[in-house]
Design a protein around this ligand. Structure first.
Ligand code: SF4
Length: 386
């Protein structure tokens, strides 16, 4: 009875009542309890789900951009242990925040996080803002992240739309158009909004329904409605899913043609002199800015004369150049092969910007993921006397 009164008093956000429309109010309302019941029974116990602290949720959301949950967990635990408050994050030295982020990649995220923490400390008295526009105005926080924080931490009816949610919604509603197209993107945001705004009206989970509804969409995309081999037979919404009904699951979302990958090859020199290694810090404004690396240079695919490459970089021919290891990794559309060579020098002065660090000192600085592997290989080679 109470539920009926509520529905009458507060009209839902959906605008189209025809059952054939992707915007069907009826369908949106049918989906909500299915998603919430499934989430109540299946949600993973993640550390940031044990708190409503907006700072903790914000840190998790930034780390989860471009990175999988299982990778993020130890990073999040370490960060929250070392920097448990907004104030601590705002005041931490740059080297420390980079070190805590080392291995997560996309380091602009951590610099923006710190800038935002400093703004919150100065402008909001250290308290995470609750107003959506204030949250959205912070560096590194876009519409999705602002919606996720306001929804999860403050139970506000703010929609979220990331890759997982796009996949779930395009499949449930059978949307064949490319989600990157403006009109389709707007439609998806509207559907996400209709779901979260209607959630308090049609569910018994009302006290936290916006928070739980948003999380249920993310979780369904992560656990059941996965990019490949989605688990449709155990999916809580399969009876309402257009893609399942019409056998179009593999075709959605329609992301258009993928950019073709480009191969690039780099040679790095791991130079040691009296037990110290030459490393350098990447400048501001480039990929992996402020992170540390070994001197390296991009070379043509057929380049095999590593001594000549060394001479080009350092202006001198090294006595010996020994293969150390090869690391393959990807940055955006680039498939990178990084070949590392070990060079031992006794006295030759090198004319290159860089700093000599002992293995212990190298542990204290943040390397790019690929060069961290070179650092480990370099230290191992010293210990093994090779
Ligand atoms: Fe995704 Fe399959 Fe569920 Fe549809 S039925 S939402 S395609 S898992």
């Amino acid at each position: 009875m109470n539920k009926i009164k509520k529905l009458k008093a507060k009209p839902p956000a959906c605008r189209d009542n025809s059952e054939n429309s992707v915007h069907s109010v009826k369908k949106v309302r049918q989906l909500i309890p299915l998603l919430l019941d499934w989430f109540a029974a299946n949600a993973r116990d993640l550390p940031w789900r044990r708190t409503r602290d907006p700072y903790a949720i914000w840190v998790s959301e930034i780390m989860l951009q471009q990175t999988q949950v299982k990778t993020v967990i130890p990073f999040w635990n370490r960060w929250m242990h070392e920097l448990p408050t907004i104030e601590a994050a705002a005041k931490a030295p740059s080297e420390k925040i980079h070190k805590l982020w080392e291995g997560l990649g996309y380091y602009t995220r951590v610099r923006n996080l710190q800038k935002a923490a400093q703004i919150i400390a100065e402008k909001h008295g250290g308290k995470f803002p609750e107003n959506f526009d204030d949250v959205l105005a912070l560096p590194g926080i876009g519409r999705y992240t602002a919606g996720a924080i306001c929804g999860i931490a403050f139970n506000q009816p703010t929609p979220i739309l990331d890759g997982n949610v796009i996949r779930v919604l395009t499949r449930i509603f059978g949307i064949a158009e490319n989600p990157k197209e403006k009109k389709t993107n707007q439609l998806l945001w509207q559907l996400a909004e209709d779901l979260v705004k209607n959630s308090p009206l049609v569910t018994r989970h009302s006290s936290l329904s916006c928070s739980l509804l948003n999380q249920s969409l993310m979780e369904l995309g992560a656990l059941v409605c996965t990019p490949r081999n989605p688990q449709c037979l155990v999916c809580p919404v399969r009876k309402l899913c257009v893609a399942f009904k019409e056998n179009r699951v593999e075709k959605l979302p329609n992301l258009g043609k993928r950019e073709t990958a480009t191969a690039r090859r780099f040679i790095a020199f791991v130079i040691d002199q009296n037990g110290k290694f030459l490393v350098r810090q990447r400048p501001a404004g480039v990929v992996n800015a402020h992170l540390w690396e070994f001197p390296n240079v991009e070379v043509a695919a057929g380049q095999t004369d590593t001594k000549a490459v060394f001479k080009n970089v350092f202006g001198t021919i090294p006595p010996t150049v020994q293969p150390l290891c090869t690391v393959k990794h990807s940055i955006t559309r680039y498939r990178i092969t990084l070949e590392a060579f070990k060079v031992s020098l006794n006295k030759s002065p090198l004319t290159i910007n860089g700093v000599w660090k002992t293995p212990a000192q190298m542990q204290q600085i943040a390397f790019t993921a690929a060069h961290k592997k070179l650092a480990s290989a370099a230290v191992k080679s010293i210990l093994s006397g090779r």
